[in-house]
Design a protein around this ligand. Sequence first.
Ligand code: 4AD
Ligand code: MG
Length: 426
Amino acid sequence: MAANFSKIDNVLNKKFDKKKVKIRGWVYRKRTLKDKIFLVIRDSSDIIQVLASKGSKAWKDAQKITIESSLELEGKLREDKRAPTGFEINATKINIVGLAEDFPIARDTSPEFLMDVRHLAIRSRKLSAVFRIRSKIFYLLHRYMHEHGFYEMDPPMLSSAGSEGGAEMFKLKYFDTKTAVLNQSWQFYAEAFANVLEKVYCIAPSFRAEKSKTARHVTEYWHFEVEAAWMKMNDMMKLAEDIISYVCLNIVKENKKDLDILGKDPKELLNIKAPFPRITYKEAAKKLKIKYGNDFGIKEERALMKAYKKPLFITHYPSSLMHFYKKRDPKNPKVCLNFNMISPFVGDEIIDGSERESDLNKIIEILKKEGKDPKQVDWYLDSRRYGAVPHSGFGLGIARLIMWICGLDHIRDTIPFPRTVNRISP
Ligand code: 4AD
Ligand code: MG
C-alpha cells in the first residue's frame, strides 16, 4: 500500500463521506459474525469501526487478524450512528503489518495485573486520553510561563541534602565515600536563581521515599515549581490561580474529545476562573472541628472540598507545622505567609507555596529553635547574605492536577509508569 495514510481523527473530523480512506493502526476490538467481521482500529488520535464483509478482498486478513495486531487498511467511509465514533470504514484491503500473539489483557483485568503489564495497559482508550491531556498540560505550563516572562531552569537530580526533611529522601552511594540524595524539590536552587533571572520555573522529577500507600502518593512525580524575586504571597497566589485557570480553559478548548472519553464534564473546568476562594487554616480547622495545630490529611481535605466547586486556597498555617524557609507573618509570627491549593471534587493538595523568609537572622533563629544547625544549609543562606529580596514560590504536583482534570480516582492512572512503594517495574 502506498503512503498517504490519514490519522483517524482527521477522517472523523473531515467526514469524507463515501470517500476512499487509508489508515493504519492497531486492532482494538474484534467481533466475528457469520458473514461480517467488525474491527475497531486505534491510532494515536482516536478509534474507528471497520467492517470486513465475506466475499471482499479484506475478508481473509480480517479473519486472521488478532487483537492488537498492527495493520494498514483501505476502504470506503460512511456515517454510522451505531459505530463507537459515528463512522465506519467498509474495508476493501487489509495489510497485516505485525500479527499479534494472544493479547493477555483480554483475559485478566485486575488492577494488580494491569500494573504488571503496564507497558500494554497504556494502549487502552482511557489511558490514551489521559496521556494526550498530560502531554498538553506540560505544554500549556511551559507556554504560559514563557509568555509571562519566566525562565525555565533545571534543578540537579543529585545533591548532598534535600530541602523537605530527612525521612523522605532516597539515598544512594556516590562513589566511594559519599552519599547522594535524589531531588525532592528544586526550591533551594530556585531561590538562588531568583537573585539572578528573577522569575524562574522548572518542570522536573521529584523523588519522595514516602511509604504512604494512598491514592495520591507516588515515589517519583513531575513537579512544576515556580520562584520569583519581588513577589509577595498574594502575587504568588494570583499567579497560581491564573495558571490553573489557563490550563483548565485550554484543556477544554484543545482536548474536549479526551474529556468526553473520560466522562468529564467540561463545564466543571470552564467554571475554574480566578479568583479562587480563600480561607485560613484557622477557619478550615474550625469547620472541620480539628484541634488547632494539627495538620490536615487526605480525610480532612476531602471533607472540606465537598463545599467547593473551585480549587480552594488554605492560607496561614501554624508556623509549628511549617518548614523554616516559609516566612512567618510579621503581624502574627505564629502563622506563616503560606498557602496550599486543594483541588475541587478530588480534594487533594495540588499546590504548596509561600513567601520565603528573606531575613538571614530570622531564618537562623528559626533553625536554632528547631534544633537544626544553620551550617547544614549554609550555601542556601547565601541568597540572604548577598542582596536578599522578598521572594515567593510554589510547587505543583502535576500528577495530582491531572487526576483532578481527568476525574480519576487514583494517581497511578495519571503517570505512564508509576513508581510506588511496591512497584518499580515495568
Ligand atoms: O508540598 P511539597 O512537599 O512542597 C515542596 O516540595 C515545596 N518545596 C514546593 C515549593 O514551594 N517549591 O510538594 C509540592 C507538591 C504537593 O502540593 C503535591 O501536589 C505534590 O508536590 N506532591 C506529590 N505528588 C505525588 N506524590 C507525592 N508523594 C507527592 N508529594 C508532594
Ligand atoms: Mg505540602
